[in-house]
Design a protein around this ligand. Structure first.
Ligand code: KG4
Ligand code: ZN
Length: 348
């Protein structure tokens, strides 16, 4: 049996997990920093890095203790090495390096996005390569053709905001606080999406890219107009986002042509994949194209260390590991060959 210790610290969740090649999460701990960041309405990098530094070592100890294990029982140590907030990433990566040095076990520097991209395979042992992946998180919104471990072809990305970012900004505009995604989803469930007209940016455009900045601005204008119910605005925003996701995915599927037939499934991953309305719409889309639909359990969608341990395990199984000099990377695209998108901002 192979057992990997995983560490995640790239944003505002400090997490550690032990995962086996039998797809079992032997133990895991996760601490959100919502309380620390709430007064600021978003993640403050400096506060995040300090909180990770306080929590990570005791959390690794507690995770090992829960599983009744020591480092001697672990085959390798995996940590997120990027992309993310660099202070936090360095805390997790340096902790993993210290543990690897002390134990003599191999180190795996994991791309956080690869953690999200492979997480559905931790939950679903039947999911095989290749698959079509919608990766939607706070920092990214991409459509990827996942060919194998380390083999990702980016078919589309956002030219401005990520979808999770748009959910968080909508929450802020509506005074729902931080983190915003789950709060917007709850309020949207009580509203009428048709009551507020909102745009669907890039709908019908030839390339399958996304744009959410205009939608966010329209939400702000709708709120400022002072005539709409907050629940209706939330519902209209969520429906517009869903319409964009489905249209852009259809475009990507059409672009794949007969290649799409090779896909084992349509898969969704990342924090926004926790949204049940979005999952429902994707399931319908997949069924219409005779594709299986795979979505990880909600707890595996938002940031966690089990997905980092799992991605580490998948790389370890192919004989890979990293040197103790490996660098933390604030940007780290999954598909380095993807050409830059016209109009795109700083998103990887
Ligand atoms: O993957 P994740 O935990 O962290 C990043 O790597 O970014 O994603 C966090 C994002 C946040 O923007 C959060 O608002 C969004 O995922 N999110 C949701 C839901 N749960 C989390 N968005 C919509 N509906 C949800 N239920
Ligand atoms: Zn993430």
């Amino acid at each position: 049996m192979t057992i990997i210790l995983g560490i995640e610290s790239s944003c505002d969740e400090t997490a550690a997990a032990l995962v086996s090649d039998g797809r079992v999460i032997l133990a895991q701990h996760i601490a959100s920093q919502d309380e620390q960041h709430r007064p600021y309405g978003g993640v403050v990098p400096e506060i995040a890095a300090r909180a990770h530094a306080e929590r990570i070592a005791p959390m690794v100890e507690a995770t090992l203790a829960d599983a009744g294990m020591s480092l001697a029982d672990v085959d390798a140590i995996a940590a997120t090495a990027g992309p993310g907030l660099i202070g936090g990433v360095m805390v997790g990566l340096v902790t993993a390096k210290a543990l690897a040095m002390a134990s003599g076990k191999p180190l795996l520097a994991v791309n956080h996005l690869e953690g999200h991209a492979l997480s559905p395979r931790l939950a679903d042992g039947d999911l095989s390569f290749p698959y079509l992946l919608l990766l939607v998180s706070g920092g990214h919104c991409q459509i990827l053709w996942v060919e194998g471990v380390g083999q990702y072809r980016r078919l589309a990305t956002t030219i401005d905001d990520a979808l999770g970012e748009a959910f968080d900004k909508t929450a802020k505009i509506l005074g729902l606080g931080y983190p915003g995604g789950p709060a917007v989803e709850r309020l949207a469930a009580t509203g009428n999406a048709k009551a507020v007209p909102l745009p669907r940016p890039l709908l019908g455009s030839a390339e399958p890219h996304f744009s959410f900045a205009g939608l966010k601005s329209a939400v702000l204008r709708a709120k400022q107009a002072g005539v709409h119910d907050d629940a209706d605005i939330a519902a209209a925003f969520q429906q517009a986002a869903i319409d964009c996701l489905i249209d852009r995915l259809k475009q990507a599927m059409d672009g794949l042509g007969e290649h799409l037939g090779k896909a084992d499934a349509l898969v969704v991953a990342g924090g926004v994949a926790a949204n049940k309305a979005i999952r429902g719409a994707l399931e319908t889309l997949a069924a219409g194209r005779s594709l299986r639909f795979v979505a990880p359990p909600l707890a595996l969608c938002t940031d966690n260390a089990a997905m980092i341990a799992w991605a580490g395990l998948e790389r370890f199984a192919t004989g890979q590991s990293d040197g103790l000099d490996v660098a933390a990377r604030p940007r780290w695209p999954l598909d380095p060959d993807a050409s830059p998108v016209r109009g795109a901002g700083v998103k990887a």
